[in-house]
Design a protein around this ligand. Structure first.
Ligand SMILES: [Zn+2]
Length: 370
């Protein structure tokens, strides 16, 4: 077996009610002058309370609010502020893009990293990977980091208060792990990859069983299973499987769709979920198996229960003209895209046709699953 070098998990994970305040001593052991990174104005109060709690422990923290998505400009500015203030650690508190930015800044500066997801919308708090976007949110590339965070704090009290839309988006991102990894990695001889793929299947089943209940009631036991599944277990799968447990079409289609303009910006998992429906549609066209068709209809039902987009209109594209869509398909099918891990050949024209064809069918889906 060849040598594999990948960071599997954060050094420490603290999860549960009031996890932040219970782990504050661990935070102060990791850094004495942290830079606290965030973005959304809706979560600013949470970061302000973190600063106060740190101050009570004698720790002065510095702040940096991202102006855009996780982009080079913001990363550069944050690195500068960190250096100018002699910061010795990064605390990233926010959604996936804030967590990605925090991890990358800590990696570049060689300082400790603490991630605090404020929703369960992605597994970015866990992984040694950051997605880089342009300032206006177009996906550029992902970067493999040297390590997973030193500490991940998953505070149920905080995450429970996040909008249900973020949990639904996390579920779409997490179920995609099974449909993507089982397609690209099921022939792998590596035990870790095989185990990661099986874990992705178990996670999917748990989300099918508990997802709707969790979406409706954040005080239910289902919520804990689902929120931790999306934000933590999905990260374990990525860490264990590593680069060899690759994405298939759902994420590359997401990457392509981020190149377009939106009236109401969709979340990462919302576009991944739509990309997953297109992936299954492509599989259906390229195989004799009935399974992709059944999986697609099961997912349309599941996504509809969670109010997740299942059509081009519902992802809120500013313009659905063929030129725009072709741009997304071209990006998704670029030479180094993971879409070429599919077990059949695909080009931008075939992807475009699949989206159009799926779109014409989605009118009937909406009638059935309204
Ligand atoms: Zn994702």
């Amino acid at each position: 077996m060849s040598i594999n070098n990948h960071s599997i998990s954060p050094s420490k994970v603290v999860r549960g009610e009031n996890a932040w305040i219970k782990s504050i001593d661990l935070v102060t052991q990791l850094c004495k002058r942290p830079l606290l990174i965030g973005r959304s104005s809706s979560t600013k109060d949470i970061r302000t309370s973190f600063k106060k709690d740190l101050l009570l422990k004698g720790i002065q923290s510095f702040s940096f609010e991202l102006e855009h998505d996780c982009c080079e400009l913001d990363i550069k500015n944050a690195c500068l502020i960190s250096k100018n203030n002699n910061c010795d650690g990064i605390i990233a508190a926010g959604g996936g893009k804030v967590l990605d930015a925090g991890k990358l800044i800590a990696d570049l500066l060689g300082i400790n990293c603490i991630t605090i997801p404020l929703s369960a919308s992605t597994c970015a708090g866990w992984t040694a990977l950051s997605n880089i976007y342009t300032p206006d949110g177009k996906f550029i590339k992902d970067v493999t980091l040297k390590n997973c965070p030193n500490l991940l704090i998953f505070d149920h009290t905080i995450v429970r208060a996040a909008p249900p839309r973020t949990l639904a988006s996390g579920m779409a991102d997490a179920v995609a792990k099974w449909y993507e990894s089982s397609l690209t990695s099921s022939t792998s001889q590596d035990g870790f990859v095989q185990q990661a793929v099986q874990m992705a299947r178990v996670l999917r089943d748990q989300l099918f069983l508990n997802g709707h209940k969790a979406f409706l009631n954040p005080l239910s036991n289902s919520w804990e299973t689902v929120a931790e599944g999306c934000a933590l277990t999905a990260g374990i799968i990525g860490g264990l499987g590593g680069a060899r447990c690759r994405t298939a079409a759902a994420h590359p289609i997401h990457n392509g769709l981020t190149q377009l303009a939106y009236t109401n910006k969709p979340l990462h998992g919302e576009l991944v979920g739509f990309g997953l429906l297109i992936q299954l549609h492509l599989e259906e066209k390229n195989s004799n198996s009935q399974l992709p068709k059944q999986a697609k209809s099961q997912l349309i039902d599941f996504f509809s229960q969670l109010n997740l987009p299942i059509s081009l209109e519902s992802i809120c594209l500013k313009s659905t003209t063929s030129d725009e869509l072709q741009k997304a398909c071209k990006f998704a099918c670029s030479d180094n895209s993971d879409i070429h891990q599919l077990p059949f050949l695909i080009n931008e024209k075939e992807l475009y046709d699949a989206i159009q064809n799926f779109q014409s069918l989605s009118t009937s889906y909406k009638i059935i699953f309204k």
